[in-house]
Design a protein. Structure first.
Length: 536
């Protein structure tokens, strides 16, 4: 690792403000709620909070449709609350990164409202055409919406018009926005769908089942130029960390965005490992196959310069429900997933509730889902006459709302004294911070131990990755460092299996309380870290 950066030993905790903690009884989490829980966040041992959007927004896409980049959405609080959050976090040694949503704005943003006038200087802030091409949206249907006599491009919701990055004024505006927040003391940005911001041409796209037109906007050279400019003109003048959300990228495309000599982003979220249980797109979900998942994990560990490691977030279903067993082996599989995520090469991201093993929501009807994407996809499925049972399966397996149910603080819920904006999972009676806080065998306690171990050994932030064994659902790898190496063994299944590897060293951590270095069998979802003997 050349020229090690300060962010490379940090652990990130993602907060989805709407679902974290509500202080004013309106059923929506707020900034004061986050402030009140900072001591809890600090107690985990994490270093950075990734704060999902708190900007002014009409909430067509829960804050990812921004109508005021320099304002706070009143439902979350005020700018004074935000200033206090940054200050209180800094006092605890916690840094904050914010979402930078610059592929699109809300259609209620003043820029877009003014751009509807063809003579307005804001017309070229967006992509207007007199006739539409055949591009399709990530949310289904055409990527174009008619307004007056023209059409505007929206790769996502029609209420999220795409910005025109060919117009120099757009770049200048985004620089001002970034400086505004960096001057307030934030640590950097998570850049939303950043590798689709530049449209090289507006020609018709090749015919395909989904995302027609993507060859004209996906990971274009113009995107790299923009990121290099933002790095040179803004980010390099502050102590920052950046992570890009990048759709449909290969390891090579990821490296093109993050290699230090490129001077673009620090790391990116890939999606390939999250696509191993789907056919074509996430709404056609198959049974999770650990073998396929682990092959992709290995590929990215071996080929990508620095990984942003995650197993769930606000756009994904809960990992223990998806990749583990949220019933019989709930505790064991949640701990196993934690151990995997925090021992891989790269920066680990933990999503709120993941540290207590929160599961998918227990929704029973479409009316209980709030996610705009879910409603639009199900409307399309109804139009195509998909059977009702399959529509229910699509929602249960893939809706983003499963990762957005309110944080389970107490047996009674503890998120709000009002009516929560999204149905709270009834298993809060058993899965909650209150139950796990002082339980030495809880998932929460395991996360704290694991994070403490990660902080105590340079191998995790500086060590290389080496695959030792992977066969079906058994997985073993080493993290190698001059000061000592670690062996990680994982059994990704419900059966006890023999691991054909000689074990030497010290058992550092296991998700089973009675594990032994001498055992050659791994129990269901067992995962262990072995500190190997150091040879000078």
């Amino acid at each position: 690792m050349n020229q090690r950066k300060s962010w490379q030993d940090k652990i990130v905790y993602q907060i989805y403000p709407r679902s974290f903690y509500d202080t004013n009884k309106d059923g929506i989490g707020d900034l004061l709620g986050i402030i009140s829980k900072l001591d809890y966040v600090k107690s985990l041992g994490v270093d950075v909070i990734w704060l999902s959007p708190v900007y002014r927004s009409p909430n067509d896409d829960n804050g990812y449709d921004i109508s005021g980049y320099l304002e706070i959405n009143p439902e979350f609080g005020t700018m004074e609350d935000m200033d206090r959050l940054i200050q209180e976090a800094n006092q605890r040694g916690l840094k904050i990164i914010m979402d930078l949503v610059i592929n699109h704005t809300s259609d209620e943003h003043p820029w877009f409202i003014q751009s509807k006038d063809p003579t307005s200087p804001y017309r070229d802030y967006y992509i207007w055409q007199d006739k539409l091409n055949n591009w399709t949206s990530f949310f289904g249907g055409s990527a174009w919406e008619k307004e007056g006599d023209s059409y505007y491009l929206h790769l996502f919701s029609k209420k999220q018009p795409d910005l025109n990055w060919h117009h120099p004024a757009v770049l200048d505006e985004i620089k001002k926005i970034m400086r505004f927040w960096l001057d307030k003391g934030i640590y950097g940005f998570r850049s939303d769908v950043i590798n689709v911001i530049y449209k090289t041409s507006l020609d018709d796209g090749k015919k395909r089942f989904v995302l027609v037109g993507r060859e004209h906007y996906h990971s274009q050279e113009g995107c790299h130029r923009i990121l290099q400019t933002l790095r040179r003109d803004v980010l390099d003048h502050y102590d920052t960390m950046t992570v890009g959300e990048t759709v449909l990228v290969s390891p090579k495309q990821a490296n093109d965005l993050i290699l230090p000599e490129r001077k673009e982003l620090d790391m990116v979220f890939g999606f390939e490992h999250m696509e191993t249980d789907q056919i074509n797109n996430k709404w056609f979900r198959t049974k999770f196959k650990a073998d396929r998942f682990l092959k992709v994990i290995t590929k990215w560990q071996e080929q990508v310069y620095w990984n942003a490691n995650y197993l769930e977030n606000h756009d994904q279903t809960r990992s223990v429900s998806r990749m583990g067993d949220d019933q019989t082996y709930h505790k064991e599989s949640a701990k196993m997933l934690a151990l995997l995520n925090l021992t891989l090469k790269g920066t680990p991201y933990i999503y709120q509730g993941e540290e207590i093993g929160m599961t998918n929501g227990d929704f029973t009807s479409l009316d209980e889902y709030q996610d705009i994407e879910t409603h639009r996809i199900i409307a399309l499925a109804q139009k195509l006459h998909f059977p009702k049972w399959y529509q229910r399966r699509m929602m249960k397996m893939s809706s983003r709302d499963h990762g957005r149910t309110p944080m389970q603080w107490t047996k009674a819920g503890g998120f709000t004294q009002g009516v929560p904006w999204l149905k709270m999972n009834q298993n809060t009676k058993t899965i909650c911070v209150e139950n796990e806080e002082n339980d030495p065998d809880s998932i929460l306690t395991f996360y704290r131990k694991l994070i403490q171990i990660r902080k105590s050994h340079p191998v995790w932030s500086d060590g290389s990755f080496e695959l030792v064994w992977h066969r079906h659902k058994q997985y073993a790898f080493k993290r190698i460092h001059q000061d000592g190496s670690m062996m990680i063994l994982i059994n990704f299944q419900k059966k006890t299996k023999k691991m054909p590897i000689a074990l030497k060293g010290e058992l550092l951590l296991s998700n089973y309380p009675d594990s032994s270095i001498h055992q050659r069998h791994l129990r269901p979802y067992e995962a262990v870290i072995i500190k190997e003997a150091h040879h000078a």
